[in-house]
Design a protein around this ligand. Structure first.
Ligand code: GN1
Ligand code: MG
Length: 352
């Protein structure tokens, strides 16, 4: 493994090299030299078949952010100038280590919710003038909810595992919400909102905070950076915060909107984005959470009907349970849409 380091341009002499962290997709190592620390990763070429596109996206986005003085990841160049290497053993890339930082699996406080939101807001604001057409969609139509619905409808029609009978209620709900699925992609197609860069995994654990100051250092895990609308990330970030640990819970009463979390996130996010966000996008902020929760329900229930080929399951109804949590959340978002709109206006007024 150490041999792969010979392909990269490193500062100092290597003193230590060992496995690092517990990532599920890429295999990660830390390399320490006499000068500094680096992260090296073997890129999962099954999940990401087009490594060249993936790494070009990351370089494009991080260089754009760095030019503006926004802290971001620094890709280590290989000796041939490329941002990764390809050997018989696979694809590898390196990043400079983000020193003195910490990531949280769970939200420690509302204040940290606001800070994480500032991190993503700064990320989207900093990338708002990038040429989105230069970014390759490494997973095409990832958040095209209308297409996700079409895929779901095809699986439902084929009903390959004869499971549709066992989830008639869930199917009925998702069919009844069809109008929601074009809210974001429709607005993009009509030109009511601008295409922008999306992170596509905007969970709290993908933000690095300074250990001492508690401020955001940078947004991590840029593997799924693609084009779309920043509303995909806003919706998914809140969906993930509202879901918390309960994505696999059979107690769907736990899946509820938390207005304090919404306000805390929007406060940090809107403050960073207020110069680029338009009125249509403001209207769609709370609706984006609904769309992404429903989209994930379509994906989970579709995978259940399909015999669990995408999401890893621990038991036969696991994906059905997951679909139910997202449907419960979607229903609570619908119930609270008035309150969410009001909270949105409050925050927007505060910074106007
Ligand atoms: C997957 O693997 P993870 O947890 O980072 C999925 C997301 C879903 C999430 C739901 C590439 O993300 O879209 O929101 O599960 N990522 C991919 O838990 O499909
Ligand atoms: Mg991820």
């Amino acid at each position: 493994m150490k041999d792969i380091l010979d392909y990269f341009v490193l500062d100092g002499e290597l003193v230590r090299f060992e496995p690092f962290g517990n990532g599920l997709i890429n295999k990660t190592y830390v390399a320490e030299t006499t000068a500094k620390r680096y992260i090296f990763q073997r890129i999962n070429n099954v999940v990401f078949p087009d490594v060249d596109a993936l790494m070009n996206n990351i370089v494009y986005v991080t260089e754009h952010l760095r030019k503006k003085g926004i802290p971001t990841l620094t890709v280590v160049k290989a000796k041939d100038g490329k941002p990764y290497i390809h050997t018989e053993e696979g694809y590898y890339r390196g990043y400079e280590f983000i020193e003195d930082s910490v990531c949280y699996e769970k939200v420690p406080s509302l204040d940290m919710v606001t800070k994480a939101a500032e991190g993503f807001g700064q990320f989207h604001d900093g990338l708002s003038d990038i040429d989105v057409s230069k970014i390759v969609d490494v997973i095409p139509d990832f958040h095209n909810t209308a297409k996700r619905f079409d895929a779901f409808a095809s699986i439902l029609e084929a009903n390959p595992k004869q499971r549709a009978e066992s989830c008639a209620e869930e199917i009925e709900f998702l069919l009844s919400r069809k109008g929601d699925y074009s809210l974001l992609v429709g607005a993009l197609e009509k030109g009511e909102i601008r295409p922008s860069v999306t992170h596509n995994d905007p969970k709290i654990n993908n933000v690095a905070f300074h250990k001492s100051t508690g401020e955001v250092s940078c947004v991590l895990d840029l593997d799924t950076v693609m084009g779309g609308t920043f509303l995909y990330d806003f919706g998914d970030a809140l969906r993930s915060l509202f879901t918390g640990d309960n994505e696999d819970s059979t107690d769907t009463s736990l899946l509820v909107v938390d207005l304090d979390i919404y306000k805390a996130y929007l406060d940090g996010y809107y403050r960073m984005m207020k110069n680029v966000i338009n009125d249509k996008e403001i209207h769609l902020l709370p609706r984006s959470i609904l769309v992404i929760a429903e989209e994930l329900a379509l994906r989970f229930l579709g995978d259940y009907l399909n015999g669990d080929v995408y999401f890893h399951v621990a038991y036969p109804t696991h994906n059905l349970v997951r679909a139910r949590t997202q449907i419960a959340l979607a229903k609570d978002i619908l119930k609270n849409m008035g309150a969410l709109d009001q909270a949105t206006q409050e925050i927007v007024q505060k910074y106007r």
